[in-house]
Design a protein around this ligand. Structure first.
Ligand code: DAH
Length: 339
């Protein structure tokens, strides 16, 4: 038996398999119920105690060698190309998680608040004509916003083509395709011919709101804005409306919210006033309704418009507008867990 074990030990070393199946056949042949090693163990039981002492160790060594060899054959065949059970692709390169842009986060939050109040989303083109950006919104011909200094013109003259300077143009697009009731929220990019600085940029984002129906009043406007401000800045937030002027609303107002940094006591963010300006608003001027074929005798409405960058700056105390456009990951990463 000693010789047989030695011979088998050598044979184990030469065992080879080309597939998982072959490796399994070898296992049955050697370690299965009627396998070579199993049979030897059966025979071992009948040996005398003296013989057992001599052969026991060798037999165990053979078993271990066969087990290890077969395990190695299985592993190699499983990883072989074409093997059904093996995965021969290299591991992928992990991509680090990104973060949402703060402007996108605030835009989505604003849209979410108004959607919950029954507004639907409307969008319009960034490249516009004079009618939708100015004339239909009651801008007089000599209004300075129509000037090259404020507006990027693609073509000037009677059929002017320009980059929209505000999302109020989407109001017009909506009114010309839909009779009241209209209740829309219009987010988008706007463009102004401004020198870039910490407080101004030539591209920024606005959200416009428009609500037209019978009997819409200034009180409805105030309540809509109060609800919005409290959803965005917290339940304790107060609002203040200051009289203002826009060509497309009458009366018009600018809206301040109580400073969410100092709680209204006065700090350097609110410049000691306790208030932060967040938007413009007003009752849609009857001229605008009429220009868009809506009966101003029957319908009234309100509109409002706000800058998303401004709101994001107030929310996170970002002090330089340019940071939003530079895509510096050190800035963007700070918002990875913001919402
Ligand atoms: N379009 C104005 C702007 O760009 C913002 C605005 C003010 C929009 C009052 C409105 C509004 O709808 O009623 O500054």
């Amino acid at each position: 038996m000693q010789n047989k074990i030695q011979r088998l030990l050598k044979e184990v070393e030469t065992l080879a398999a080309k597939s998982v199946q072959e490796a399994e056949e070898i296992r049955v042949q050697w370690l299965g119920k009627k396998g070579v090693v199993t049979v030897l163990f059966d025979e071992f039981k009948n040996l005398s105690a003296a013989e057992k002492r001599v052969l026991g160790q060798a037999l165990n060594a053979l078993k271990t060698a066969a087990q290890e060899k077969i395990a190695a054959l299985r592993e190699v065949t499983e990883q072989a190309p074409g093997s059904v059970s093996g995965d021969c692709t290299p591991p992928g390169i992990p991509h680090p998680f990104g973060a949402r842009h703060p402007i996108a986060m605030v835009r989505n939050e604003i849209i979410g608040i108004f959607k919950r109040s029954g507004y639907t989303l409307a969008e319009g083109p960034e490249i516009e004509d004079d009618w939708h950006v100015f004339s239909a919104l009651n801008f007089p011909p000599e209004h300075p916003a129509r000037d090259m200094q404020d507006t990027f013109f693609i073509r000037q003259g009677d059929n002017a083509v320009l980059l929209r300077t505000h999302t109020s143009s989407v109001q017009v697009r909506k009114m010309e395709t839909q009779q009241p009731p209209v209740r829309v929220i219009c987010p988008g990019r706007v463009f102004r011919n401004e020198a870039i600085s910490a407080r101004a940029h030539c591209i920024f984002h606005q959200v416009e709101g428009l609500y037209i129906d019978e009997n819409v009043s200034f009180a409805d406007l105030k309540q809509a804005i109060l609800y919005f401000a409290q959803e965005l800045f917290g339940a304790d937030t107060k609002i203040r409306l200051r009289p203002s002027y826009f060509p497309f609303t009458e009366p018009s107002a600018e809206v301040d919210v109580s400073c969410n940094i100092c709680g209204g006591k006065g700090c350097n963010i609110c410049k000691g006033t306790g208030w932060l300006e967040i938007m413009g608003c007003g009752m849609v001027d009857p001229n605008v309704l009429e220009a868009n074929h809506i009966d101003s005798g029957k319908y009234t409405g309100f509109a409002f418009g706000m800058g998303i960058e401004r709101i994001a700056m107030l929310k996170w105390q970002v002090r330089d507008l340019r940071l939003y456009f530079e895509n510096d990951v050190r800035f963007l990463q700070q918002f990875a867990t913001a919402l």
